[in-house]
Ligand binder design. Structure first.
Ligand SMILES: [Zn+2]
Length: 255
C-alpha cells in the first residue's frame, strides 16, 4: 500500500543510494532531485486525495453495502437561516442526515445545533475555525481545533461526536497525529456536489444524481442559499429510485 510512510522510506533510501553513487562514480548530483520531487509530488497528491488513505484511514463510502442506502452530509454550519429550512425539509421526507459543524459557527448559533440534535440527525466535528491556512497547523493546534469543537458539541447536546471531517478535505501528517490521539473516525465523501463553486442549481443536482451509488456519501453545505432547492429535488429523486438516506454512522456500521 502506497502511503506517506512507505513513500518516505522508499525515496529516502533512493536519495542515499544516489548520494553514494554521486560520490563513488562521479554521477551528476542532479539525480538527487528525482526522489525529492517524487516525494513532494506524492505528498501533495496524497494531501488532496482522502480515498488514497495516504496519511490516515478515512471513510469516503461503504462499497460493501448491498442495500440502496446513501448518506447526505452538510458541511460548514450551523447557519441561522438555511439550516432550519433544511431540517424542516428533511423532516418532510422522514430522512436523517449528518451535519459536520464548525466550532465558531456553533458558538454563534447554539440553538440551531441543539435543533439538529433534537431532530435525530448526526453531528460531526469540522474543526473550530476552518481557517484558510488551517492545513499548515501544528499537531497541538489541530488538537485544540478538534477538542474545542468536541467540547462545545458535548455541552449543547450531551454527546461527543465520533466523526471528524477535515476542512477542505485535505489531510496532513499533523492531522493524522492529532486524530490518533482523539480517535475520531475521519469522513470524506464519494459524491461531491461542488455546490459552493457552481451557481447553477440544476447542474449541481445533475452532478449528484449522476454519481449516485449505494453506500455513497454526498457532500452538500447548509450555508448555501441554493441547498434547499437542490435537496428537495434530490430527496424526491431518491424516493422515486428507492434510495434510503441514512446518517454516516448508520451507513458505515453496516461495513
Ligand atoms: Zn468545510
Amino acid at each position: 500500500m502506497l502511503n506517506f510512510k512507505t513513500i518516505t522510506i522508499t525515496t529516502s533510501s533512493a536519495t542515499l543510494v544516489i548520494v553514494a553513487c554521486c560520490m563513488l562514480f562521479s554521477i551528476s548530483w542532479f539525480w538527487i532531485s528525482a526522489p525529492i520531487t517524487l516525494w513532494l509530488l506524492a505528498t501533495i497528491i496524497g494531501s488532496f486525495s482522502m480515498p488514497c488513505n495516504f496519511f490516515l484511514t478515512s471513510f469516503t463510502s461503504n462499497k460493501s453495502l448491498t442495500s440502496n442506502k446513501i448518506a447526505i452530509t452538510f458541511d460548514d454550519g450551523p447557519h441561522p437561516e438555511f439550516t432550519y429550512s433544511i431540517l424542516d425539509l428533511l423532516d418532510r421526507f422522514h430522512t436523517k442526515a449528518t451535519f459536520f459543524c464548525i466550532g465558531k459557527h456553533i458558538k454563534s448559533n447554539p440553538e440551531v445545533l441543539k435543533e439538529i440534535s433534537a431532530r435525530g440527525h448526526s453531528i460531526g466535528n469540522h474543526s473550530y475555525s476552518h481557517g484558510n491556512f488551517i492545513d499548515f497547523s501544528s499537531v497541538s493546534k489541530w488538537l485544540e481545533e478538534i477538542q474545542k469543537t468536541d467540547a462545545i458539541i458535548k455541552e449543547l447536546t450531551n454527546d461527543t461526536p465520533s466523526l471528524f471531517r477535515p476542512p477542505f478535505g485535505v489531510t496532513t501528517p499533523n492531522i493524522a497525529k492529532a486524530i490518533k490521539e482523539t480517535e475520531h473516525r475521519v469522513i470524506g465523501w464519494s459524491n461531491r456536489s461542488f455546490d459552493t463553486a457552481l451557481k447553477n442549481k440544476d447542474l449541481v443536482l445533475k452532478r449528484i444524481i449522476k454519481h449516485l451509488s449505494p453506500g455513497g456519501i454526498i457532500l452538500l453545505h447548509d450555508t448555501q442559499p441554493n441547498t434547499l432547492y437542490i435537496l428537495e429535488r434530490l430527496l424526491l429523486h431518491l424516493k422515486q429510485h428507492q434510495f434510503e438516506a441514512v446518517t454516516v454512522n448508520e451507513l458505515l456500521n453496516e461495513i
